[in-house]
Design a protein around this ligand. Structure first.
Ligand code: 5AD
Ligand code: SF4
Length: 433
C-alpha cells in the first residue's frame, strides 16, 4: 500500500510549483500518494511563505494542531521560505518537527525524510538544472520555472534571503519541459520566476546569450501550445522590445502583472525599486496603446516607513490613472534581515490601516465600473475547472474568470462565451460557439 502525504501550500505560484516538485519526488522515489486529510497522512508538509509576518506566526499554531491530531508515527516537515529563513530554530521552537527543508532545496525531500532532524536550508544550493519528474496538479495548465532566486535588493523584501541569488534555467530545458506538458495535454503554460523579464542574466554554467523575449519567441513555436502566461515581470525591465513582443505575439495572454508597490517616486527610491512613478505610468501607456484590452494587475504596499500623506496620494493618483484590473494590497510588514527593518520613520499603525481600507475601497469602485462594462462582451474561454453546481469555469485571454453551464467534456476546450451576468471576481455567460 502506498504511503500518504498531506501538503499545505502557502504563498506564491513558485511555492505551488515547489509543492508539485516535492510531490513528484515523493511519488517517484518513495511511492507516496497525496491526501487532503492530514489525519490519515504518514507525512505532513507545510510549504511556507515568509513575505509578511502574519503567516509565519500562524505556522507555529498550525504545527501544534498537526502534532496533536496526526496519525501515530507520522512525520512533520517544514519546507519553503520560512524554513530557509528560520532554519534550525523551527526545531528548537517545535521539537516534534522531523525536518526543515528550505525553498531552494526541495529536490532533497526524499533525503531529509530519512535523516532525523535534518535541516537543509542552503540558499546557495543550485537546483536550476535538477531534472524533476513531470507532475502537475492541473491537466490543462503547466507551471514551468524559468529561474530560481532573486537578485533585486528591494529594501522591504525577505525573498533574496530565502531563495538566494537569481539563476536562469537553460532555455533548452524550459522548451523541453513545455513540449512534454503540451504532449500530455496542456494548452497553456505559466512561466514562473521572481523577475521573469530579467531572464538570461546569469546561468549556472556557460550558455548562449538569450533574454526573456527570445524565450517567449522560442516557446511560441511549440505546436499545440495555445497560451503563454508569466509572473512576475518587473516594471524596471519592461523595455520596448518586451512590450512589443507581448503585444504582437498572439500566444501571449494579454494580462500583465505590474507590481507597482508605491506610486511615490520618493518611496520607490527608499524601496530601491529602480523606477519612478513617471516610468511606471509611461509603461502602462505604451502597453495600453498597443494592447487596448490588456488587463493589468498589481501589488501595492501601503505605509512603507516614511510614507507621507502626499506619498500615499501619489499611489492613489496612479490607481486613478491606471484603474488596475486586479490589486493585491498589503500593509508594510517589517521583515528580518532586510534593509527597511532598520528604518525608524515607521507609519502609525492606525494610519496604515486607514490607508489600506481607502485603497481597497477605491479599487472596489474601479472594479465595479470595469465589470459593468463587460456585460454582453464575448470572450474566448479556456475551461479548466468543474464547478459543483453544473458549471465549468476558466479564463479569458485577458484573465477574466468566466463560468458557463456545462460538464466535464468542456474541460481543456476553448469556447466563445457571451457574458450575461457580472460579479466582482467571476462573470457568468452563455456559450455561443
Ligand atoms: N511587507 C508587506 N508586503 C510585502 N511584500 C513583499 N514584502 C513585503 C513586506 N515586507 C508584497 C509585495 C510583493 C508581494 C508578493 O508581497 O507587494 O510584490
Ligand atoms: Fe513566494 Fe516570496 Fe512567499 Fe517565498 S516569501 S513563498 S518567494 S511570496
Amino acid at each position: 500500500m502506498s504511503k500518504k502525504v498531506f501538503i499545505e501550500t502557502l504563498g506564491c505560484a513558485m511555492n505551488e510549483r515547489d509543492t508539485e516538485h516535492m510531490l513528484a519526488e515523493l511519488n517517484e522515489k518513495e511511492n507516496f500518494s497525496q491526501t487532503g486529510d492530514f489525519k490519515e497522512a504518514d507525512l505532513i508538509l507545510i510549504n511556507t511563505c515568509s513575505v509578511r509576518e502574519k503567516p509565519v506566526s500562524k505556522l507555529f499554531s498550525e504545527l501544534g494542531i498537526f502534532n496533536k491530531k496526526k496519525k501515530e508515527n507520522a512525520k512533520i516537515g517544514v519546507c519553503g521560505c520560512t524554513a530557509s529563513h528560520l532554519g534550525k530554530d523551527i526545531i528548537k521552537r517545535a521539537p516534534y518537527v522531523d525536518f526543515v527543508l528550505g525553498a531552494r532545496n526541495v529536490s532533497k525531500i526524499t533525503e531529509v525524510l530519512h535523516k532525523p532532524k535534518a535541516v537543509e536550508v542552503d540558499i546557495n544550493y543550485d537546483e536550476s538544472e535538477f531534472a524533476f519528474k513531470d507532475f502537475r496538479t492541473s491537466l490543462y495548465k503547466a507551471y514551468i520555472n524559468i529561474s530560481i532566486g532573486c537578485d533585486k535588493q528591494c529594501t522591504y523584501c525577505i525573498v533574496p534571503k530565502t531563495r538566494g541569488e537569481e539563476i536562469s534555467i537553460p532555455l533548452n530545458l524550459i522548451v523541453d519541459e513545455a513540449n512534454r506538458a503540451v504532449n500530455s495535454g496542456a494548452k497553456e503554460i505559466f512561466l514562473l520566476g521572481q523577475n521573469v523579464n530579467n531572464y538570461g542574466r546569469r546561468f549556472s554554467g556557460k550558455h548562449d546569450k538569450v533574454n526573456f523575449t527570445n524565450l517567449l519567441q522560442e516557446l511560441s513555436k511549440i505546436e499545440g501550445l495555445k497560451r503563454i502566461r508569466f509572473t512576475s515581470p518587473h516594471p524596471f525591465h519592461m523595455d520596448d522590445e518586451f512590450i512589443e513582443e507581448f503585444a504582437k505575439n498572439p500566444k501571449i495572454c494579454k494580462s500583465m502583472h505590474m507590481p507597482l508597490q508605491s506610486g511615490s517616486t520618493k518611496v520607490l527610491k527608499d524601496m530601491k525599486r529602480g523606477y519612478s512613478k513617471e516610468w511606471f505610468l509611461n509603461r502602462v501607456e505604451k502597453l495600453r496603446s498597443m494592447v487596448p484590452d490588456v488587463s493589468i494587475s498589481t501589488d501595492i504596499i501601503v505605509a512603507f516607513p516614511g510614507e507621507s500623506d502626499e506619498d500615499f496620494n501619489d499611489t492613489i493618483d496612479v490607481m486613478d490613472k491606471v484603474k488596475f484590473d486586479q490589486i493585491f494590497s498589503f500593509k508594510y510588514s517589517a521583515r528580518p534581515e532586510t534593509e527597511a527593518e532598520h528604518f525608524t520613520n515607521v507609519v502609525n499603525p492606525e494610519i496604515a490601516s486607514q490607508r489600506l481600507t481607502f485603497l481597497q475601497d477605491l479599487y472596489t469602485k474601479h472594479l465595479d465600473e470595469k465589470m459593468a462594462s463587460k456585460l454582453g462582451n464575448i470572450y474566448e474561454v479556456y475551461f479548466e475547472d468543474l464547478n459543483a453546481d453544473g458549471y465549468v469555469s476558466g479564463r479569458s485571454d485577458n484573465n477574466l474568470v468566466i463560468k458557463a453551464k456545462g460538464s466535464e467534456e468542456l474541460l481543456g476546450k476553448f469556447r466563445k462565451v457571451k457574458v450575461t451576468s457580472i460579479g466582482r471576481s467571476i462573470l457568468s455567460g452563455e456559450i455561443v460557439n
